[in-house]
Every structure is written in structure tokens, then in C-alpha cells.
Design a protein. Sequence first.
Length: 293
Amino acid sequence: MLTKIDQRETYLETLHKHYLQGFVVDKVLFENKTEHQHLIIFENKVFGRVMALDGIIQTTEADEFIYHEMLAHVPIMAHGNAKRVLIIGGGDGGMLREVLKHPHVEHVTMVEIDQQVVDMCREYLPNHSSGAFDDARTHLVIADGVDFVNTTQEQFDAIISDSTDPVGPGEVLFSSRFYDGCKRCLNDGGILVTQNGVAYMQLSEVTTTYQRLTPYFKDVSFYSAAVPTYIGGIMTFAWATNNTQLREQPSADIVQRFKASDIQTRYYNPDIHCGSFALPQYIHQALNAIAVK
């Protein structure tokens, strides 16, 4: 929501009813109501170019690398030999960029519901994708992600749900039907990871996701990273797989894979990978309360 604060045009995020963050808008680059949502891209002196959908900040040039590296590299490094990857959402192209860094990835299907998000991000946030949409391994599908996972004949080693928050078009990507569909098109030993909100502010999202994933996967947990744009504490990422050994692999294995991949990162490294699965006690307490019931 654009408003005036101290005579400066400011974008106020409306994700939380009683807690707001604002970005001074130096210049609006694009604003439009697409077929599915309201899209705005603007410039801010601290965070660079910023994109918001339906009043919720999605990504910024300054700190996008943290989110994209953690959601991409943790499952791919843990898997060890992911050749086929599915990205749900991710219209800005940042997730695609990070996945394609891995030389053993042979094919990436990216399913995005809104073509205009892709088009505008390629024009106004080109550093996010950095040419990833033109990579021969990329297959872009404009479709509903839930429908795709429930109907595709393709199988994947890793599925990454780079969704918006569970409001509007992104709400169905937190549903049991979506998780069931993901299990359906995962290869044996495959991994599903999803964006799961800021735990302190959105703890009910963590517990709901846990409840909805556990009927489909043997190992369901969460890992985390601190992303400045996503206010209120650590961001959680849901983790789900039927291979119970992948989450607790020896750090030496992750170190070896990281070195062999020769990928360049700014946040992710093997120590961060292993440490990210350590969760604060309030999350454990919330999950344990579910188990007691």
C-alpha cells in the first residue's frame, strides 16, 4: 500500500494486521493489476529494487540471495544427485538461477501461475534470473501449481515451492492436495522444501504445514534462515522426504559435495546447511503439542 509518511512516499506491507514495515519509495518502476494479483516494483535506497504482490513484499535486490540460496541448495546438496528439479512459483527467477548452478542438474521445470510476474521481473529485476530463463535446461510452464503436481507424468528428485504467503493465489500451495501431489511426482528419496513464513509471526503456518505433511512423508521438519526483508525473526522452510537419513548426514559429506559443485554463494555454506536444522525451543514446543494431541 502506497502512502505518505513524513512527506515521503512509502510502501507499507499489509501482511500482518498489527505490525507493519515500510519502504521509502524512491521511484515506482511498474505497477499493475495482473490477471491474478496486484504487482508493484519500486526502487529503495537500502534494498534496491523491491517487488510486492497484493500488499506483501516478495523480494528485494539486496537480500534475495539468502532466501534463494537456502531454499535451493539445502535440498540439492542433501540429495547429492538431483538431476530433475521442479520449482513451483518463483516468477522472479532467483530460485531458477540458484538451482541451475548445480552442474548435475539436467532439467528444471518451473511452474508459475502468472506470466506477467515473469515478464516484469525479467525486465525490472534482471539480476534475479541472470539469464536463467534462457538456459537450455529450463522448461517454463504457466499453470496452476496444484493442478500440475496432480496431473504431470514427470518425476522429480527435488521439488521447491517458492510460493507467496498463504493468501490469494498462494493459499492452495499450503494445502494437503498440493502436498499429496508433490509426493506423487517425487522420485524415491526425493525431497520437498517449501517457503513457510516467519515462524515467530506465523507459528500457526508451521504447525499447520507439519500436520498436513506428516500423512505423506516419513521425515517432516523445518530449517531456517534470517532474511532481513521478511520481518519478525527467522524464516522457516518446510522439509519433507521419505529418506530419513538425508536431514542428518555427516557434515563431511556436505562439505565434499559443496567443494565438488564449485558453486559460488554469498550465504549458504556447509556449516550453515547443517546448523539451519537447529530450531528454537518455541517451535519444538509447538510441534510437540501437536504430537501430544
